[in-house]
Design a protein around this ligand. Structure first.
Ligand SMILES: Cc1cc2nc3c(=O)[nH]c(=O)nc-3n(C[C@H](O)[C@H](O)[C@H](O)COP(=O)(O)OP(=O)(O)OC[C@H]3O[C@@H](n4cnc5c(N)ncnc54)[C@H](O)[C@@H]3O)c2cc1C
Length: 435
């Protein structure tokens, strides 16, 4: 129970915070009165959807704040981001139904009343809601339907404007005559939730240069270690970032070669090193330019984040599986681990001979200890790695903990496969390289 709660505490809290206004609402007036006829039923649904929608929107903004403690309460920052996207989408649906239900209520009186509610000029309080809704509508359509076809940076910029939509939504909920204006506990609750949402938004967007703690580093080496992989080494200008092997950080380079947009990368160096290192695969508009960085360029490093830490696991009988550049968190762990009592089978999957950019170094580490066995997995020759193939090499997989890092599709497929092969879900840990 305790274990279940540890990973899901944040998720439960987030849903409680989003749905609490519905409880206030239910106790505000008798349900019999609220749903006494067609008009009042549609109006009640409209109010309820608006209330829950704005609360979810606030909580979703809070989740975008990328705070360090999210790792602990959401079982990793990536999961907090997943929840942020899910709640944002759900808030959109609730907010979409808010005016629709109200329009239906007016429609049940006369259609012209519904038309005038939707389209005719109205009070400022109503207009705030219309503006917020319109901004949210346009931005979320962009977010959900065009995410794959617009550049990530443009998508992110449009996403940031959601705070403006929330601001207008908040004004609407405060100035309109509704349950929020008459029920004081509800009013205060929504006020606090909105303030938290707005504060998180300011913290992460407008105030980012001042509010978010970053460590300053200087690029000291740039080395091509594979056809499309570059290793970047940085030395601290001031205080060093503290991290555990397997964690990642957001890096923003101040350079003429790349944009300043922060991107997440696993640190491949050892926590005790006087430098930090990352290994980056050229996979898009940003990463392909990192090779052009210059010695002396500065890097702002935010973090560290992540709970992908094989060395923290109580069970030291482990299987590590890396897909391509997903090897990077394992590199840091392998470089820094004291192998005592560990027994690790590392499956390093890559497409063709020569793509295993860290293979040689890992094999050298493995030669020095009996506790690390490396199994290179060249997918072009050996096919996709799966649990049954792994079972032929590693015994008693159901007694081990499994760490997987790589592309999402690989992680999803392997998790399913391991569970079907008797491994408990809670014994599988993963790090996805997309947010
Ligand atoms: C926890 C974590 C650790 C990672 N560690 C490494 C690593 O060690 N080595 C490595 O090569 N790659 C790593 N990545 C992936 C790396 O961050 C992306 O490949 C890179 O940001 C893509 O940028 P791009 O503009 O070149 O590619 P694009 O084609 O523009 O983006 C590809 C995808 O990367 C994601 N992405 C792009 N920009 C950002 C951003 N600013 N913030 C968050 N996600 C973004 C989006 O999902 C996008 O769809 C890691 C990702 C995560 C989430």
């Amino acid at each position: 129970m305790k274990k279940y709660f540890a990973g899901n505490f944040g998720v439960i809290l987030v849903f409680v915070a989003s749905l609490l206004p519905a409880i206030f609402w239910i106790f505000q007036e008798s349900i019999g009165i609220r749903f006494s006829g067609t008009f009042s039923t549609f109006r009640s649904f409209g109010q309820l959807f608006g209330l829950v929608g704005i609360s979810m929107f606030a909580v979703s903004l809070f989740l975008s704040a990328r705070l360090k403690f999210f790792d602990k309460y959401f079982d990793g920052l990536s999961r907090a981001y997943d929840l942020h996207h899910f709640l944002g989408g759900l808030a959109f649906v609730f907010i979409l139904f808010h005016p629709l239900f109200l329009a239906l209520a007016y429609f049940s009186v006369t259609p012209s009343l519904a038309l005038s509610f939707l389209f005719f000029p109205s009070t400022m309080a109503v207009n705030y809601g219309r503006i917020g809704f319109l901004i949210m509508f346009i931005l979320l359509i962009l977010t959900f339907y065009y995410r794959t076809s617009i550049k990530y940076q443009n998508w992110k910029l449009s996403h940031k404007l959601l705070g403006v939509a929330f601001f207008f939504g908040g004004l609407h909920s405060f100035f309109i005559t509704s349950d929020i204006s008459t029920n004081m506990p509800l009013r205060w609750y929504i006020l606090i939730l909105s303030a938290v949402g707005i504060a998180a938004y300011f913290y992460r967007t407008l105030l980012y240069p001042f509010s978010v703690r970053r460590y300053l580093y200087k690029v000291s080496a740039i080395k091509k270690i594979g056809d499309d992989v570059v290793e970047i080494t940085m030395v601290p200008i001031g205080e060093k970032i503290k991290y555990q092997a397997g964690q990642f950080a957001f890096l923003s380079f101040q350079s003429n070669s790349v944009s300043k947009e922060p991107h997440p990368f696993s640190l491949t160096s050892r926590p005790e090193d006087d430098f930090i290192q990352i290994g980056v695969k050229s996979s898009g508009d940003y990463t392909k330019h990192l090779i052009n960085l210059s010695i002396g360029d500065t890097a702002e490093v935010e973090g560290a984040f992540g709970i992908f830490s094989p060395e923290k696991s109580k069970n030291r009988n482990q299987i590590w599986i890396a897909g391509g550049i997903g090897i990077t968190p394992f590199v840091s762990v392998a470089r820094s681990l004291n192998w005592k009592n560990f027994s690790v089978d590392l499956y390093y999957s890559f497409k063709e001979d020569g793509d295993g950019v860290y293979l040689k170094e890992l094999e050298e580490i493995s030669e020095k200890t009996d506790n690390l066995r490396i199994a290179p997995w060249i997918s072009q020759k050996m096919g996709r790695i799966d649990a049954s193939k792994i079972k032929r090499v590693s015994d008693k997989i159901e007694e081990k903990v499994i760490f997987i890092c790589g592309p999402s599709e690989m992680i999803i497929a392997l998790k399913k496969d391991f569970i079907n092969n008797g491994v408990l879900k809670e014994n599988i840990f993963s790090e996805e390289f997309n947010m």
